[in-house]
Ligand binder design. Structure first.
Ligand code: NAD
Length: 267
């Protein structure tokens, strides 16, 4: 059997991180070599996620985990504030980053690609690991060729830090590749309450709904004379992202450079 891929999970105590720890501990092709979280230091990572103890104790410093293990891949679900720093740190240790954390700028992604190329390793920044969500983005980008008037509405829980969501930004970018900038709506339109029309991107609008009780949904609405088309994806639980995370961990071992978007792995 091929060697197991050695994985560090950062944000291991978080909602997504716990699912990743479970995935890595339960998958025969993966091996957990470190779990990092700001709190919970010293707790057994298996116990942390409700499984049998695994002998890996949660660390509170990513730097320590990177220098004290021979990890192949770092999976990070922390917070946009640390996304760039963690990615760059992993690359500097020759560890391939698989970033679920959102909030990267285009300049940062370009810079991280350079760092990966220099180290000769792969990296992945995936604003959404859900295969259904990726298909929603691809279908939306395709529809925009024929129905260029559209708006994006994304829905997330009220504690989400960044807006619009990484998925909405990525969708907008994919749509913009298939559609010239068209400033939609009435040119004389005025907002009587600031922000009513949402964020402006490439001539269309993005609306971010933040409510308790909501998990993650996105709708792309296309309008044309006498018709609308709605392409909608609903995520109900975090486990739904894990098949994508596993594919990401495997793929990142196979190429050099930073890939932005899980869509690159779905034809
Ligand atoms: P969460 O708040 O439940 O978990 C974040 C965890 O990271 C916490 O346990 C926190 O202690 C830890 N953390 C924060 N800063 C840290 C640091 N510097 N070092 C170590 N640990 C640190 O959040 P969540 O719901 O799990 O989401 C995490 C991120 O993943 C967010 O950016 C979210 O938008 C993103 N997300 C991405 C996808 C995707 O498919 N790519 C899906 C869901 C969420």
């Amino acid at each position: 059997m091929a060697d197991k891929i050695k994985v560090i999970v950062v944000g291991a105590g978080g909602r997504m991180g716990r699912e990743v720890v479970k995935l890595v501990l339960q998958d025969e092709e993966l091996e957990l070599v470190a779990a990092v979280n700001r709190s919970e230091a010293g707790t057994d990572a298996g116990k942390l996620v409700g499984l049998e103890p695994c002998g890996i104790l949660v660390m509170d410093q990513l730097e320590k985990a990177l220098s004290q293990t021979d990890a192949d891949v770092m999976v990070d679900f922390t917070t946009p504030q640390y996304a760039y720093e963690h990615t760059s740190l992993a690359i500097s240790h020759g560890v391939r980053p698989v970033m679920g954390t959102t909030g990267f700028t285009t300049e940062q992604i370009t810079e991280l690609d350079k760092q990966c190329q220099k180290q000769g390793i792969g990296g992945l920044i995936a604003p959404n690991f859900s295969i259904g969500a990726i298909l929603m983005m691809k279908f939306a980008a395709q529809a925009a060729k024929y129905l260029p008037n559209l708006e994006i509405i994304e829905y997330h829980g009220d504690q989400k830090l960044d807006a619009p969501s990484g998925t909405a930004v990525k969708t907008a970018e994919m749509i913009a590749e298939n559609r010239k900038e068209i400033r939609q709506g009435n040119p004389k339109e005025e907002e009587t309450i600031e922000g009513s029309r949402g964020g402006y991107y490439n001539g269309f609008r993005i609306h971010s709904v933040r409510l308790p009780g909501v998990f993650a949904q996105q709708e792309v609405i296309f309008g044309d004379f006498g018709q609308t088309l709605k392409i909608r994806h609903d995520s109900y639980e975090r486990a739904g992202y894990m098949p994508g995370v596993k594919i990401g961990i495997q793929k990142v071992m196979e190429y050099t450079g930073m890939v932005y978007g899980f869509d690159h792995f779905i034809d």
